[in-house]
Design a protein around this ligand. Sequence first.
Ligand code: GLY
Length: 392
Amino acid sequence: MPQPSQPTFDVAVVGGGIIGLAVAWRAQQRGLRTVLLERDAQIAQGATHAAAGMLAPVSEANTAERELLALGLESAARYPQFVAELAESSALDPGFLRCGTLVVARDRDEAEALDRERAVRAQLGLDVERLLPSEARRREPGLAPTLRLALDVPDDHAVDPRALALALAAALRAAGGDLRTGAAVQRIDTSAGDSRVSGVTLAGGERIAAEHVVVAAGAWTQQLAGLPGDACVPVRPVKGQILRLRDPAGPGLFTRVLRMDPGYLVPRGDGRYVLGATMEERGYDTDVTAGGVFELLRDASELVPGISELILEELEAGLRPGTPDNAPALGPGALAGLHWAAGHHRNGILLAPVTADLLLASLLGDPLGELAAPFTPTRFGAQAKKGKEVAA
Ligand code: GLY
């Protein structure tokens, strides 16, 4: 029976996607000795790798999720400072693009729905401008003449999640943090009769002692062993197929994020574009299907006919981490030393800055405040235990 060792680290972060990286960076920056453990050979190969990087709290706003909207708006507001600090700490470009967003309608039904969406945003005091097709096409000439209506959302921008992840990894290392790839966490270790965490054990048997463990394992959260069932957060994978395109003629086909029902097109500003994404409940399946790709390309080329001239560079399916209410679990868990930064579903890239700040507060034992109250990881109660039994 291995003897519990003295904690080598203050914090072990499980998962090297955008959330784990951001949390680890903030923790290490604050002087907590931090190790980040990523199971793949490289960081950010899961949902972060697939993500388009929309920072879209206003475009995605919905009246049923006001707390999530507040969290998203707060995180979007923190983005400029977050990326500026990151660029300085990492000496890399985190890929932030102030591009704004157009939400578009292609037929009468969609136009009526868009007007209802605009009314909702007006009630919420969010900044959107209604554009007739002629004005929308003046702003984005690549849009099809068949366009019926658009909303201009000037403050919903975008970031390149892969560039952001590389910058976070460099900043973490520059701050003195330990980043280990190929380090699959098999279990979270507990002590004192399961009342607190004491570190993690890797798949090869190596034990890493840590005072605090942050679970940021995305769609793989449920596969971590060791925690009592009712201390877990239930997280399921939600598949998204996504394409990457490039214009050999360079940038300019469109300059804003374009959102339609149900997909989106995101410019990188250099002639590369991301087209996403399907929403599928298919477990851990990451196959790219002919039907998925067909539907994405059909819808996008109806909206921007020039899409069909672009080079198709990459096809991918990623797994969003979804909790039962599709909102994240943020902050302290049911055991001492256990913290959750999990279940960000469609919003992981947007919510990275605010998640990192809240988790730092959680690690320091500070209050998380009202913003985080709806996202307490212990809210799932009995569902957590059931989810764990199903996954086992
Ligand atoms: N954030 C967009 C998506 O998950 O498809």
